[in-house]
Design a protein around this ligand. Structure first.
Ligand code: FPP
Length: 247
């Protein structure tokens, strides 16, 4: 099924869009290098690309967009690059807080927030407080996030709850899932990785069990609406069986 079908009234029909799209933001550094710019310039353009793609996702009826902005492994990068990314995230969160009411975008930060600066943690708290009562489109930014770390933290929380007599000894997927950062968010239907690499890089390991993957060589700062449409069209050609057989 094509993404941009036209209905009888001659309007565009976006009814076949995935409910949840996850994206690994990759290629910012190479985008900048190709232009003789510092890597941080690539991240700045990359954060604008995120803004545009988030708005587009909301407009075409995607319910959840989750992006991988900073991993638990990204601290290994040069100090000035880490600083620049944190600065961009701070600015982004501040602006999101100011415009959330107008844009009706629910926002959630997923990851180990304890490892972040007090300033960013305060912005995350505010973002949560303001947007928790919103309905509709939700943007999730994974920050100091690692898929293995998420599962490890969930196991620790479960063990503590068990010890306190607050959890059932019969551990189920549903129960362990309730301790994950992404609890309450449906699993991604489509995972997109721009930038040419074809790996998951510790992103949403639990949640991507049955996600469809889409890889493209386009670098994240160049990723536009047309590329997202292409990914969705490809998604609509896939045959999702979730381990079952075709009827
Ligand atoms: C990966 O590209 C990108 C990152 C590790 C940082 C992504 C962060 C932002 C775009 C900034 C703010 C984000 C939001 C959502 C407001 P890379 O540097 O690994 O690229 P390369 O593989 O070309 O070196």
């Amino acid at each position: 099924m094509a993404l941009h079908m036209v209905n009888k009234a001659g309007e565009q029909d976006h009814s076949s869009v995935p409910r949840h799209i996850a994206i690994i933001l990759d290629g910012n550094g190479r985008w900048a290098k190709k232009r003789g710019l510092p890597r941080t310039a690539g991240h700045a353009v990359g954060s604008e690309t995120f803004r545009k793609i988030a708005t587009y996702c909301r407009d075409i009826g995607v319910e959840y967009l989750t992006v991988y902005a900073f991993s638990t492994e990204n601290w290994k990068r040069p100090e000035d690059e880490v600083k620049a990314i944190m600065q961009l995230l701070k600015r982004y969160l501040q602006e999101a807080i100011d415009t959330m009411e107008r844009d009706h975008i629910r926002m959630k930060i997923l990851g180990n927030t304890e490892g972040l600066s007090t300033e960013i943690r305060e912005l995350i708290r505010k973002t949560d407080e303001i947007s928790s009562h919103y309905q509709g489109f939700q943007a999730n930014i994974c920050l100091n996030y690692g898929g293995r770390d998420e599962i490890l933290q969930a196991a620790k929380k479960y063990a503590a709850a068990l010890q306190a007599g607050e959890a059932d000894a019969e551990l189920t997927e549903e129960q362990l899932g309730s301790y994950l950062y992404a609890h309450g968010i449906p699993d991604p239907d489509l995972l997109i990785r721009p930038g040419g690499e074809q790996r998951i890089s510790n992103f949403l390991l639990w949640q991507c069990a049955y996600s469809e993957f889409y890889f493209t060589d386009v670098l994240w700062p160049d990723f536009g609406k047309a590329e997202l449409d292409k990914a969705i069209e490809e998604f609509n050609r896939r045959d999702r069986r979730f381990g079952g057989v075709k009827k």
